[in-house]
Design a binder for this molecule. Structure first.
Ligand SMILES: Nc1nc2c(ncn2[C@@H]2O[C@H](COP(=O)(O)OP(=O)(O)OP(=O)(O)O)[C@@H](O)[C@H]2O)c(=O)[nH]1
Ligand SMILES: [Mg+2]
Length: 473
């Protein structure tokens, strides 16, 4: 099967996208429940859905003639094809590990690539979106690259930025979903559908940063680990390295993406491919002539590593699994598993629940009412607290004011007494002064009287003398 798809992998993208629409239908129900219900009648979905139909006791009826709803799958294919698809890949790996080269090789094009420096102060996530078209299928592809990953001393910072980025995309989608007037049909879904985790071809073991990052991300994104630059590791070492990596992932409880085996059209190939993980890949956009064919390869002094030769590396396996066979499952898992988990935790954080304390189902309306009552109760409690606080403050202020008034009154009384004493003293002094003035005035009058008498006496004496003198003359 691989070689068949491999021979014409680009048209196989189209082929599988069309085939996988059967599963797309499942995700479409989120947007259009009516279409989903109709699809149930085609029994195109999982046995669960069929069971659901039986549960409802729907009576099977045979049609006596052609009705036309058998064209519904075609209608959906046409609609989805005209709307186009969207796929977002996150490439996590240290600087220069071959992320961009692999993306170019996978999609057979040249994306804009910027070489990152090893001296970035922190990990940045750079997202670029491209519109690709193959036959009549349009794909909006977003490639998100970690810039500066693994170059910092603080390893926690490295994965935290990645976690935050993934959560931010979930949050945007959730916000769009929660809007009254939502436009999910033309919303650019930026949630990460596949995370290619590039492992350095050390042949030794996983780095602690690899383990801790994958552990933090495994409940948020579909992780597909790949051993980068697999041409730099020998065949026997590669075999051991793969086993070591898988056992380390298992022992550390890291859940990587497993290609689904429940769909019988792809279960065989997916089961086989699950056994090849992690894929050992080689990337190159260089074309080398092998025989009379130009092939993508890396040329070395001792020989040529052919990217699409399955004896040389697992590049083809990765391309088959990621693009041709499981692209739709990756999209679906992102929505039904990872986003669902994010949404559930977020809504629970906000206080929404499906069941009450006695495990009885509660509707959104009931939760809203309960929350509203709780909020109003809280508000009332706060109001009462504030009122009491206010009364208490007023009392305190009143007491403070009364105390100040008492102090002022006491001061006033004291000043009044002082003033009274001062006034009495002054009155006393004034009286004494007046007495002194009176005494003085009396003395003055007596003195003046005496002076006047003396003056009169002198004048009489002088008159007598003058008379005597004039009598002699
Ligand atoms: N041997 C070998 N070299 C490779 C492979 N893939 C890429 N390279 C080389 O590794 C170097 C870095 O490749 P890039 O694809 O730019 O690596 P990157 O991870 O995108 O680098 P940054 O974006 O700067 O972090 C280039 O010289 C590539 O030619 C590979 O599979 N094997
Ligand atoms: Mg790059």
């Amino acid at each position: 099967m691989i070689s068949r798809v491999h021979s014409n992998h680009y048209s196989c993208v189209n082929f599988f996208l069309t085939l996988s629409l059967v599963r797309t239908l499942f995700s479409i129900y989120i947007i259009n429940n009516e279409v989903y219900k109709l699809l149930i009648s085609f029994r195109m979905t999982s046995p669960d859905v069929v069971r659901q139909m039986q549960d409802k006791n729907a009576r099977p009826l045979s049609l006596s003639g052609h009705v036309g709803f058998d064209s519904l799958p075609d209608q959906l294919v046409n609609k989805s094809t005209s709307q186009g698809f969207c796929f977002n890949i996150l490439c996590i790996g240290e600087t220069g590990i071959g992320k961009s080269t692999l993306m170019d090789t996978l999609f057979n094009t040249n994306f804009e690539n910027f070489e990152s420096s090893h001296f970035e102060p922190k990990v940045k996530l750079r997202a670029q979106t491209y519109d690709l078209q193959e036959s009549n299928v349009r794909l909006k592809l977003t490639i998100v690259n970690t810039v500066g990953f693994g170059d910092q001393m603080n390893k926690q910072e490295s994965y935290q930025h990645v976690v935050d980025y993934i959560d931010t995309q979930f949050e945007s989608y959730l916000q769009e979903e929660l809007k009254i007037k939502r436009s999910l049909h033309n919303y650019h879904d930026s949630r990460i559908h596949a995370c290619l985790y590039f492992i350095a071809p050390s042949g030794h073991s996983l780095k602690s940063l690899d383990l801790v990052t994958m552990k933090k991300l495994d409940s948020k994104v579909n992780i597909i680990p790949v051993i980068a630059k697999a041409d730099t590791i020998s065949k026997s070492e590669l075999h051991k390295f793969k086993i070591k990596i898988m056992s380390e992932l298992v022992s550390n409880g890291v859940q990587i993406y497993q290609f689904p085996i429940d769909d019988e059209t792809v279960s065989k190939i997916n089961t086989a491919m699950n056994g090849h993980l992690p894929f050992a890949v080689v990337g190159s956009t260089e074309e080398v002539k092998i025989g009379n064919k130009m092939v993508k390869a890396r040329q070395y002094p001792w020989g040529v590593v052919q990217v699409e030769n399955e004896n040389h590396c697992d590049f083809v396996k990765l391309r088959e699994m990621l693009i041709c066979v499981n692209m739709e499952d990756l999209r679906e898992q992102t929505h039904t598993r990872h986003y669902e988990l994010y949404r559930r935790c977020k809504l629970e954080e906000m206080g929404f629940k499906d069941t009450d304390a006695e495990s009885k189902p509660v509707s959104l309306q009931q939760t809203y009412e309960a929350k509203r009552q709780e909020f109003l109760g809280e508000l009332q409690k706060r109001e009462e607290e504030m009122r009491q606080m206010f009364v208490q403050r007023v009392k305190e202020k009143e007491m403070e004011l009364k105390e100040a008034e008492r102090e002022l009154q006491a001061k006033f009384e004291q000043l009044k007494r002082l003033h009274h004493d001062e006034t009495s003293k002054l009155d006393e002094k004034r009286r004494m002064l007046e007495d002194e003035i009176n005494t003085f005035n009396k003395k003055k009058a007596a003195t003046e009287l005496l002076q006047a008498q003396a003056f009169n006496t002198n004048a009489n004496i002088k008159k007598d003398k003058d008379r005597k003198n004039s009598g002699f003359m």
